[in-house]
Design a protein around this ligand. Structure first.
Ligand SMILES: *Cc1c(COP(=O)(O)O)cnc(C)c1O
Length: 388
């Protein structure tokens, strides 16, 4: 009841996990992992506490869905077995054959694959535009367009979309706006407050935060869409398991603390790299020289923990640098407590054709860092020895 007035860190700890003091309950301060796949009832027509079968809902997943909704200032939340499972379920709720999507051309590769290689088989068209320019979004809208899909900041170039500006266009045309908020997490950015209709998360990243659980979520305010999504969550069946719901609940409790530390380390790494003679360019929305620094500052309360930089030299120089690191792990993914580093051209974005990579700015020497929460001196020392 009073949850709406609570601060973010308080909600991250408490929302969805109020101790149960009813007769026979034990007052757990942490929601239990309810592994039961089915729930017995005393009366044929009355499911006990509303629970019937694990795929439809179970108490551990419900606690997570409630907590994530509270963190995004959403009325409703749904948790899925992966970010892509959440996306797939959302697309089935919003679109039918013949419909069209306008999407940011710098989306997560898996989202593009879903549009281009799965949903295209069901006659759902997509037009990709540089959504950092609002007029390109508006001009791409067709009579059959139903959905606009953006991600901000993007990956690995950290481009920023004007969420409020695009939400006005979507509202005027009665289109749904979905925003993938994985990179900043609700701690730094709340797209629903900026006018978006649906927030999409890969909770595998910052929300889980410990590189040990795959998951996804949808957060929204519309009761009609929530009802449709609940139906499809159960009908499609790509739900988050009770155990993975528990791990995600455990991880998200420290989101506020972690995001502050991720950001602090990202800033310090960005500033270290900026003065390094072997670095050609640093991309981080928190730097004043980022072309959309002002927009990032206006619509978010922070800049996140991911930065990219271009190392001087060739691809083999970049590879040699990466292979010399000891603490910073050479790995895909992001958002975990451990610092991760990768070469998009060879790893996360290797499926993007080279000429398109070069065109958008993903060069062979562009390196992406997900700053972890380790001591900054150790991270800088690790980078320093790898440059030498
Ligand atoms: C990882 C990621 C996804 C996909 O999520 P999974 O949990 O891996 O299915 C979607 N969007 C963004 C921005 C991501 O980083």
């Amino acid at each position: 009841m009073k949850e709406l007035q609570q601060g973010f860190a308080t909600k991250a700890v408490h929302a969805g996990e109020n101790p149960d003091f009813r007769e026979g309950a034990t007052g757990d301060v942490v929601v239990p992992i309810h592994l039961s796949t089915t729930f017995a009832r005393e009366k044929v027509n009355i499911p006990t506490a509303g629970y019937e079968y694990v795929r439809s809902l179970n108490p551990t997943r419900k606690a997570l869905e409630t907590k994530l909704a509270a963190l995004e200032n959403a009325r409703y939340g749904l948790a899925f077995s992966s970010g892509l499972a959440a996306e797939t379920t959302l697309l089935t709720a919003l679109l039918k054959s013949g419909d069209h999507i306008v999407a940011f051309d710098d989306l997560y590769g898996g989202t593009k694959r879903l549009f281009n290689h799965i949903f295209n088989n069901y006659h759902i068209g997509v037009t990709f535009v540089d959504a950092t320019d609002i007029s390109l979004v508006e001009n791409a809208i067709l009579p059959q367009t139903r959905l606009i899909w953006i991600e901000s900041p993007s990956n690995p170039l950290l481009k920023i979309c004007d969420i409020a500006g695009i939400s006005k266009i979507a509202a005027a045309r009665k289109l749904a706006l979905a925003v993938d908020n994985t990179f900043l997490s609700p701690y730094f950015q709340k797209p629903l407050d900026l006018g978006a209709d649906i927030v999409v998360h890969s909770s595998t990243k910052y929300i889980g935060g410990h590189s040990d659980v795959l998951g996804g979520a949808l957060l929204l305010n519309s009761p009609d869409l929530y009802e449709k999504l609940q139906y499809r969550q159960n009908a499609v069946g790509a739900v988050l398991s009770p155990f993975d719901s528990y791990l995600t609940l455990r991880g998200v409790k420290t989101l506020a603390l972690r995001m502050e530390q991720h950001q602090q380390n990202a800033f310090l790494i960005a500033n270290y790299l900026r003065q390094h003679p072997k670095v050609k360019k640093v991309i981080y929305p928190g730097l004043e020289n980022h072309p959309q620094h002002a927009l990032a500052k206006a619509q978010s309360t922070g800049f996140g923990g991911v930065l990219s930089f271009e190392i001087a030299g060739s691809r083999s120089d970049a590879e040699a640098f990466l292979e010399k690191l000891h603490i910073i792990a050479l790995a895909e993914s992001l958002g975990g407590v451990e610092s991760l580093i990768e070469l998009p051209a060879a790893m996360t974005h290797s499926s993007v054709p080279k000429e398109i990579r070069e065109q958008v700015g993903i060069t062979d020497t562009l390196i992406r860092i997900s700053a972890g929460i380790e001591n900054i001196n150790d991270l800088i020392a690790d980078l320093e020895q790898a440059f030498d």
